[in-house]
Design a protein around this ligand. Structure first.
Ligand code: UD1
Length: 432
């Protein structure tokens, strides 16, 4: 079992670079299935979720190669339309393959992705959208089967701007008959990145990032090269780290506009943000200030994925901050582990009441999910003494080689292997 051994309390400084966005890479890689040729995807992060996606593509018949941060997917031959139950359980977002397989093969057979560590995550909106697009969708126990001779454009009004549902509709409708209109789609930058990729391949998708998306179905798509946008959630994780562990930290390879929902929170905490072309420098005050109220919302609101790393900064601010989670019901599971470092956070339903403390002490903790795990790493880097973070397979889903990136700005963090001790035991053993 791998874990991070972190010797915290060091001042971090310098420059740290943001890799490509996980949440763009996954739908873009899935949609390469629509193209009978070789797609070249640059700035593709080497994450465990991306590796699972590439394995799915291989299992469907694609030829896949990685050359540093560029991934080449040749989907000239696709000879399967099924994804195994094991894979669907490993990565919930493989639901995105439903549209890609339906488009390419005319049928798809996948397994119900089920709930996950941050919530139940139903797929009713996805299934209704496929039905509206003329697909025959049936759920049989845990298996989902969909087929359609062709996708027929229609108007779909989403009751909630679901990211995955918007992506599935875009991918399914790119090659289709007629016009698809999505009212109230998700507006996340990753949606625009997916639309940009497909448009480069010849799709006609208009309005991504706005309140209505219009897709004029085309007959075929051709291979292209595409560069994935920087990961805004990784950038906000580094900003949280900078706020608590550094006087001045430069975060490189960012898109300023994608981070505008998080900037006000950091300025309210008293940080100064200096922007230049593709980077930002965060200068932290001696003592962070509380933020009266933050509510996670669909983009362009404050992102649910940034909630947990930012909570660590608020936990070290002067005063009480209120953080409300409105997207996923279990997204505060990490808080009981975070409190082992000495933070004072109370959860009442979907609200975290964060009473700022002066300092943290080291602890041995378990990561319960991806972003909660990143929050524990930030806390361990602030805490004086040695901490162990277990369950880092969650963190590896979204942070590429995190220990190397953090070491480059002065962090003392190592990936270790522990054969003997169980996680449960370890999490009870606090160092001080
Ligand atoms: C994506 C992101 C995830 C991010 C989330 C919200 C990827 C791979 N993951 O997840 O990191 O936290 O957007 O920004 O891009 N819902 C339903 N029925 C459905 C679909 C969704 O009720 O059919 C609900 C979900 O349970 C959740 C909310 O809608 O409460 C948001 O889900 P959604 O926007 O679909 O998130 P994901 O695409 O799963």
């Amino acid at each position: 079992m791998e874990y991070f051994k972190i010797c915290g309390g060091k001042k971090l400084s310098g420059q740290i670079s943001v890799h490509g966005a996980k949440n763009s890479a996954l739908p873009i890689l899935a949609s390469t299935l629509l193209i009978k040729g070789e797609s070249v995807i640059h700035n593709c992060p080497d994450l465990s979720d991306v590796r699972v996606t590439l394995d799915i593509l291989k299992s469907l018949g694609c030829k896949v190669k990685r050359e540093k941060s560029t991934v080449l997917v040749d989907a000239s031959v696709v000879d399967n339309n099924e994804i195994s139950e094991h894979t669907m359980r490993t990565m919930r977002s493989s639901i995105i393959f439903l549209s890609a397989l339906l488009s390419r093969q005319g049928s798809a057979s996948i397994f119900y992705p089920g709930g996950c560590e941050i919530g139940t995550r139903p797929i009713d909106l996805h299934l209704k959208a496929f039905h509206d697009l003329g697909a025959d969708v049936s759920v049989n126990g845990s298996s989902i089967n969909a087929c359609a001779t062709s996708i027929i454009g229609t108007k779909i009004i989403l009751p909630f701007p679901s990211v995955g549902t918007t992506e599935n509709i875009i991918i399914a409708s790119a090659i289709s008959k007629g016009k698809t209109i999505i009212v109230n789609p998700a507006r996340e930058p990753e949606i625009s990145d997916l639309a940009d990729f497909l448009n480069h391949c010849g799709a006609k998708i208009y309005g991504a990032g706005e309140s209505t998306i219009v897709i004029d179905g085309v007959k075929r798509l051709d291979a292209c090269e595409h560069t994935i946008i920087p990961d805004r959630i990784l950038a906000s994780t580094y900003m949280s780290l900078g706020a608590v562990c550094s006087k001045e930290l430069t975060v490189k390879n960012i898109r300023q506009s994608h981070l505008s929902p998080v900037f006000p929170v950091f300025t309210e905490m008293g940080c100064k943000i200096y922007l230049s072309d593709n980077s930002l420098t965060l200068v932290s005050p001696k003592k962070l200030k509380r933020v009266r109220s933050i509510k996670t919302m669909p983009y362009p609101g404050f992102p649910t994925d940034s909630q947990s790393p930012v909570a660590v900064a608020l936990a070290l601010a002067k005063g009480t901050s209120i953080l409300q989670e409105t997207i996923f019901e279990n997204r505060f599971r990490y808080v009981s582990e975070l409190n082992r470092f000495g933070t004072d956070i109370e959860i009442k339903d979907n609200i975290a009441v964060i009473n700022g403390v002066d300092k943290l002490h080291s602890a041995n903790v378990n990561a319960t999910d991806l972003r909660g795990g990143a929050a524990l790493v930030v806390a361990a880097l602030c805490a004086n003494g040695e901490s162990n973070i277990y369950g880092i397979e969650h963190i590896d889903r979204g942070y590429e080689n995190l220990e190397n990136a953090l070491s480059s700005i002065g962090a003392d963090i190592k990936r270790s292997k522990n054969e003997g001790e169980t996680n449960a035991k370890a999490s009870k053993k606090e160092i001080e």
